[in-house]
Design a protein around this ligand. Structure first.
Ligand code: FE2
Ligand code: FE2
Length: 135
């Protein structure tokens, strides 16, 4: 079993978004595994880049649907996405500059943020998309 797992309880009732969340969780697990296996800075850096890039891609996809369907919680939802990207970017820069280490605390932050965001904010948005015909 990996560091974190996607389970049905994390479903936001929209398959396309669930699939993106599964990918995001895979990437967090990859980073955890690389850390646990004691991989060098180059491997960790590439893995971290993949996670950062996919987070941007996934958030953009959600935000595109929010704008398309005039979701009334767009700003609050996007603010959460932006704060996460900001944190990951700062950590990535610190890591690459040798000022920050990948630790279990960092991994726990990534996991907890992702689970909480999916369970609350994305789930609410998923129900909204259901009313627009998404499933
Ligand atoms: Fe999401
Ligand atoms: Fe989201």
């Amino acid at each position: 079993m990996g560091f974190m797992a996607w389970t049905d309880s994390l479903s936001v009732s929209v398959m396309e978004i669930d699939n993106q969340h599964k990918r995001l969780i895979d990437l967090i697990n990859n980073l955890y595994d690389a850390m646990k296996m004691g991989k060098g800075k180059d491997v960790l850096s590439v893995t971290l880049d993949e996670l950062a890039a996919y987070s941007v891609e996934h958030f953009s996809a959600e935000e595109r649907y929010m704008r398309k369907y005039s979701y009334d919680r767009y700003t609050a939802h996007k603010t959460e996405h932006d704060a996460f990207i900001q944190k990951v970017t700062e950590f990535k820069q610190g890591f690459e500059a040798g000022k920050a280490l990948l630790s279990i605390e960092v991994m726990n932050f990534l996991r907890d943020w992702t689970v909480n965001h999916i369970a609350e904010v994305d789930t609410r948005f998923g129900y909204f998309l259901n009313t627009k015909g998404f499933k």
